[in-house]
Design a protein around this ligand. Structure first.
Ligand code: ADP
Ligand code: MG
Length: 350
């Protein structure tokens, strides 16, 4: 994970802004016929036939959203793309283009930006999205990276947060809580390393959760999966913050309530084990951890037989009338109100 950095350091000033952009983007290929014109003009030109577009953007700031002492730049580039694609997929749309803007201080050599763009390119290839533009500027201190993603779908496929109905089932993809526990492990190793730099961390027992933190994957597969199952989600959102805050967003936007069942929340065995090690409650982590980039959606009860055998999808609750509120039904069968605590609230430093 903590790879040796390329010892070569080429100052960015050697290339100049245009040389830098050309160098970083020269190996990117265009994969979509909807990309009429990519990098190289004042604006990109895109063309979609009878589809609605979805556009989303995210801004990541060094020291706030990422820590380069354990986040290799390649992973950062990859993750920055995932964060955006996840928002496109959360509209039940397909992602097709991104733009990437960076502000970078002279602390970063060319080789660092090459690593960042290598991660961005791997994401573009794996997820079949075209890099069609961006902006490059200098920063006085850290690295800032902003990505905008463009997606598309026919109007009736696009799914918002606002259309869940009482009695719909609440479904989550994959498993949750792992990215936050990966962050806990990396933070702990960072402290150990600060005390004794010769102490190389053994992250092997934590491979799954560390990977979920450093190299998350957005759920590109869910839209085609639901189409194949002939399931039409009634509302959808991605899990970038904790499960509880995303459920509350769905409830508020759709004007419904919800019962979430603690014993249904999908957790990886490694998350359960590491929660025990850190003396953290795994339900709390799943509810408040964040950064899982799974999808949360609702379906009509009629569609239940179509999804029930699918290992990617777990029914974790159902929607209710708004006046009933949003609750967690615990394993002990007590009903407690769901509250939104972002993952920062879990951080002992905050
Ligand atoms: P302008 O002066 O019109 O803003 P720029 O010189 O900033 O143009 O950019 C030239 C071209 O390179 C444009 O197509 C722009 O979208 C693209 N571009 C600029 N910076 C980046 C970047 N960091 N990553 C990808 N493409 C970029
Ligand atoms: Mg520009």
């Amino acid at each position: 994970m903590l790879e040796d950095k390329d010892p070569q350091r080429t100052a960015l000033s050697e290339l100049g802004e245009f040389g830098l952009i050309a160098h970083l983007t020269e190996h990117f290929k265009i994969a979509h016929s909807s990309t009429i014109k990519g990098i190289g003009d004042d604006a990109a030109i895109l063309e979609f036939d009878k589809q609605q577009l979805v556009i989303t953007t995210d801004l990541l700031v060094e020291g706030v959203h990422f820590d380069l002492s354990y986040m290799p730049l390649k992973h950062l580039g990859y993750k920055a793309v995932m964060v955006n694609l996840s928002d496109v997929y959360a509209m039940n749309a397909s992602a097709s283009q991104i733009t990437v803007s960076i502000a970078v201080s002279n602390r970063f050599p060319l080789e660092a930006l090459e690593d960042l763009y290598a991660g961005i390119q791997t994401a573009c290839i794996n997820y079949k999205v075209d890099l069609v533009g961006g902006d490059t500027t200098s920063s006085n201190t850290g690295l800032v990276i902003s990505i905008t993603a463009v997606g598309h779908a026919v109007a009736k496929e696009i799914t918002t947060r606002a259309t869940a109905k009482p009695n719909d089932l609440l479904v989550v993809t994959g498993d949750i809580g792992a990215a936050y526990m990966g962050y806990q492990v990396l933070e702990r190793e960072k402290q150990v390393f600060a005390v004794n730099p010769n102490n190389q961390p053994d992250l092997e027992p934590y491979s799954y959760i560390v990977e979920r933190q450093l190299k998350p994957e957005a759920r590109k597969d869910i839209k085609p999966l639901l189409a194949q199952l002939d399931v039409h989600p009634t509302s959808m959102i991605d899990i970038s913050d904790g499960l509880s805050s995303e459920i509350l967003h769905l409830c508020k936007a759709s004007e419904v309530g919800c019962n979430l069942f603690e014993d249904k929340i999908p957790l990886d065995p490694q998350v359960i084990q590491v929660c025990e090690e850190f003396e953290l409650d795994s339900t709390t982590i799943a509810l408040s951890g964040g950064e899982d980039y799974e999808l949360l959606f609702t379906i009509s009860q009629d569609d239940y037989p179509k999804i029930k055998a699918n290992p990617n999808l777990t029914v974790i609750g159902h929607m209710t009338e708004e006046k009933e509120g949003a609750h967690l039904i615990t394993r002990a069968n007590t009903k407690i109100p769901l509250i939104a605590r972002g993952w920062n609230a879990l951080d002992p430093k905050e």
